[in-house]
Design a protein around this ligand. Sequence first.
Ligand code: C2E
Ligand code: CA
Ligand code: CA
Length: 772
Amino acid sequence: MRKLRVQLFLTVAFGVLVINALFAVIILSQLVRLPEAFREGSVTVAKARATEISSEIEHFSAQLELLITIPEVQMLDEVIVTGLLRDMADTQPFVRNYTLIDLDGNAISTDNRRFNVAEQQQYQDIVIDRLPRSISDPFISPNILDEGNVFIIAREIIKDGELVGILNAVVTLESLDSIVNNISLQADGYGFLVNEELVIIAHRDPERLFTKLYEGSFHNTELILLDQLRGDFVFEENGNRREGFYAQIESNPDWFLVLSFDARAISAPYRNAINTFIVGLSVLIGLAVLQALYFSNSLSKPILALQKTFDKAAQGNLNVIADDSLNNEIGDAARSFNIMIRQIKQLTYYDPITGLYNLNTFLLELPRFIHHPEIAHRTKGIVIISIDDFKKLNTISGHETGDKILKKLADMVESHLGVREIVGRFYGDEMILFMHAEGWTTLKTRIETLFEMIHQPFNVLGNRFALRVSVGVSELENHHDYMQTIHQATIAKLQVKKAGGNAIEYYNDHINYQLIEEQNMEEALVLSVQEQEFELYYQPIIDVEKNKVVGYEALLRWLHPDYQSVPVIRVIQLAERLGVIHTLGAWIIDQALSDLKKLKRHHDVYMSINISTLQLNEQDFYDHLKQQTALQGLSPHEVTLEITETHLMSTTEFDLNRLLTLKESGFMMAIDDFGTGYSSLAYLSTFPFDFLKIDRRFISQMAGDKKAQDIVSTILSLGNILDLQVVAEGVETEQEFKMIKAMNCHFSQGYYHARPKPLQAILNQLTSENKT
Ligand code: C2E
Ligand code: CA
Ligand code: CA
């Protein structure tokens, strides 16, 4: 997580440090040269001043050189001392006097003094050591106190190649002081003169005069001589460290000019510079580190935040939103991410057709709703809504319409939901809801209201639709496994579907039992269709007037020992749902036609066969029927196809046309259970039926119900008008029979005449009748 930030920081900090280090090296290399330059400069100054002093001494020396060429001087003539020499001394500013000395050291000076200098240095140097010249160290003149310090420049006097005496010049130190004292330099720098013994011989401070420069030896005297360039040393003065730069006085190599500086003051600017530089560098590095931190932080922060968001999304949390407020590439990335996540979310969470939660999301969200404390004490339920015949609707009206209808239903359902209730798309045409109310009754009422709302007709793509839905409900008790509840609601919904749809079913244990039973039955039925475990029973149809059997209706019987009591109508519906009706229907046709042949041996009858509308969808049915009729050597006139009125209404135009071709081939058509559906008159008149079978409900009610009688007689008149033969079904009593007979009903069928019986029973009966 912190890697990026650390990397960024290190990179930036490293870069800044490298730049700083380079900078430091350059500056330091300059700084290092600073004292060096100072030293070199100081040495140069020292040398220049030393040269000045040297030439000053040389000046006096040159004068002496000139004077000793004078014959009176060479003869040590005293007259010259009070004459020319005195005049010279008076005019020379720094020469206090001249002294003429003989070889015994007897001296006579231009200021009229006589004394002996045999003990003095110049005498030693010139007379004893035979040096041509001698320069003394300065000293306090013992003769005239006020004159200050002096030094002596002495010169041998040679006459005819023989040393005859010495000529002295006593020079005031002022001559040099003016040079030395004029040296005023930075860093408390000043100059002074020392001799070989490091005794200070000229100094601006009279106190220091004739004192040792410092105790101990001039530790690098030798070096001075060897290395004229680098004449520097360190010494102490009044407790202060001073640095000296010296240069030898050429004309008097015993003397050295020293330029003295306050060591601290010299290094001060250097040290200051270094210090300033170090402080500056530290501040700079500090700032750089801060800047690097700030930079890496400000750069990495949004990236890290973005990465955190990505991570969350990767972990499946699609509710994250990246901060896209930045106006740079990171902001762009965040914006793209947000768009992407929105799309993913849409695709992941929602069903694209209805806009509802998809099942996955519904199941994910459901627990949150179920366990919400605010609805803890309310009655909760899972509701599953399934559109009836949606597949058919899709095939007939097209998928676009189908999708729009789903969306419409979704909207209706959603609008009905309250707080903390959700709906999701379940499977196919189904929606799953989680609802709650104060109690079971309220919940039921709300579900029923929704059910009614769904039935409101609406327009889709120019067509008007009214939905029929199967609704399964199961109560979700606290601490119940909600998946179990969903399963139960599904079972309840299935139950509705099986019962014909368009109703609400509330789950109970009985339903579950029923369902299992049904499943077993379904499996058994599929097996029975394969094994042909069926039989056809026949019920005679009587010509009312002639009181004679004219035909038989074939009625299916399932031979399975467990399911013999299951109503045939349910077996047929089941076969339709399980898709085995075609096989079963084909078997019924084969069986009924072959049995008709056997019955015809006894009397001239026709066979009425019940046809499921689903059979009409298949071309095979038409081909098969014609083939079998021909195969059995039967005429289509002897075969009547019974289609129930309700089924007829849902028959497509295409199938009706195919049915018509059968009619044209000579097959007879009967409209079954007439009165239960809503066939329009126009419909009845266009499709050329031969028979109309009045549903037995009307017949059984006729006895005590005038209305039922009226209906029957109306149907009969309708039949007459449309030229249809009318069959009364379910005639059970003599009274009923008499009534229909009185109404001129053409045919009668029912228990009153005979119950449906196996072929063999009928054949047996016919055989015995024939015998009698
Ligand atoms: P449906 O076509 O109306 O058949 C007449 C039904 O009325 C038969 O019931 C018959 O047993 C019953 N019935 C006849 N006379 C009386 C009577 O006097 N009183 C009473 N209470 N009932 C009487 P079943 O055999 O149980 O068949 C029920 C329905 O199952 C049939 O009604 C028909 O719609 C369907 N069905 C039966 N066999 C077939 C078949 O082979 N194919 C097809 N597609 N449907 C069949
Ligand atoms: Ca029938
Ligand atoms: Ca019927």
